[in-house]
Design a protein around this ligand. Structure first.
Ligand code: UTP
Length: 287
């Protein structure tokens, strides 16, 4: 087994029911925050963490993701001829950013199943998993924060954030103990009822796993919501080998639902060098 971590899986085959009808024909990962789709933020973060072998697990709307990261010769030529150099640069950069592979998850059987679909491509290596609808804005890219602990330990590492007590039923919640300054995880529960979470620390869609996870996913039964839950396989992994948690330093936006998406767009819009001042003026006038 090698610890050279370059592979990263982006599960993007969920049904996005919280965001219907917007997600009827478009994966939620293609929803834009200001001027870039969520998935592009995720891929940029992965690249900044040195993870440049990217696989998308897609369902409906696969074409939109593929086209986004593909070269569009006609669009590039049009922008070039029209002298729109800045836009040309943006469009050509995203097309040449990274080589991507795509795997189809034919039925949305859960996040655990989506990750398992990537097993043949990953092979016997450690790998990252990133959920692009969880947008993290941070000085040190979130995946890099995980990578630093992985490089010290060679173990699986999970990105965490503290969440309010009334929100624990929206997340996979963990229990952690201090182990020489690292958070060693001992328990994981998917979406526990309020008042029953093992701590206030939630998994927020950034993971590094040893390939052992795949073996466990293969015989993980359907769990909460009738889906094959990644959380259940992680809980079993943590019983066999060390799994560490990292409280991610940065701002987190749960952009996979309409309110979180609006908040992300508003905050990043207000900070945007080109649109920020105009947006602030419009919001003030409408308060
Ligand atoms: P979510 O539960 O946030 O996504 O899954 P969802 O199921 O699309 O959304 P709702 O709950 O219906 O609104 C977390 C991540 O796992 C992926 C999603 O695309 C998202 O990135 N996923 C989930 C899959 O790829 N396949 C699945 O079967 C389920």
């Amino acid at each position: 087994m090698t610890h050279t971590l370059r592979k990263i899986v982006f599960p993007a085959a969920g049904l996005g029911t919280r965001f219907l009808p917007a997600t009827k024909a478009t994966p939620k990962e293609m929803m834009p925050i200001v001027d870039k789709p969520l998935i592009q933020y995720g891929v940029e973060e992965a690249l900044a963490a040195g993870m440049d072998e990217v696989i998308m697990v897609t369902g409906r709307g696969k074409r939109a993701i593929e086209d986004h990261f593909d070269i569009s010769a006609e669009l590039e030529a049009n922008l070039h001829e029209a002298g729109k150099d800045a836009l040309h640069e943006k469009v050509s950069t995203v097309a040449r950013m990274v080589d991507m592979s795509y795997i189809r998850q034919k039925h949305a059987m859960g996040l655990g199943h989506a990750v398992l679909c990537a097993a043949p491509w990953v092979g016997d290596e450690c790998f990252g998993v990133s959920l692009a609808d969880e947008l993290v804005v941070s000085d040190v890219p979130a995946m890099k924060q995980l990578r630093q602990v992985h490089e010290k330990t060679g173990a699986s590492v999970i990105g965490l954030a503290r969440v309010p007590a009334e929100e624990v039923n929206r997340y996979g919640m963990v229990k952690a103990e201090d182990e020489n300054g690292l958070l060693r995880l001992s328990e994981m529960v998917e979406k526990p009822p309020v008042g029953e979470a093992p701590s206030d620390m939630a998994m927020i869609g950034r993971y590094i796993f040893t390939p052992r996870l795949f073996e466990l996913l293969k015989n993980t039964e359907k769990g909460a919501g009738g889906e094959i839950q990644l959380t259940d396989a992680i809980a079993r992994l943590a019983k066999e080998e060390p799994v560490y948690g990292v409280l991610i330093e940065g701002e987190r936006f749960d952009a996979g639902n309409p309110l979180g998406f609006l908040i992300a767009n508003t905050i990043l819009g207000l900070r945007h060098p080109e649109f920020g001042d105009s947006l602030r003026a419009v919001i003030k006038n409408n308060l």
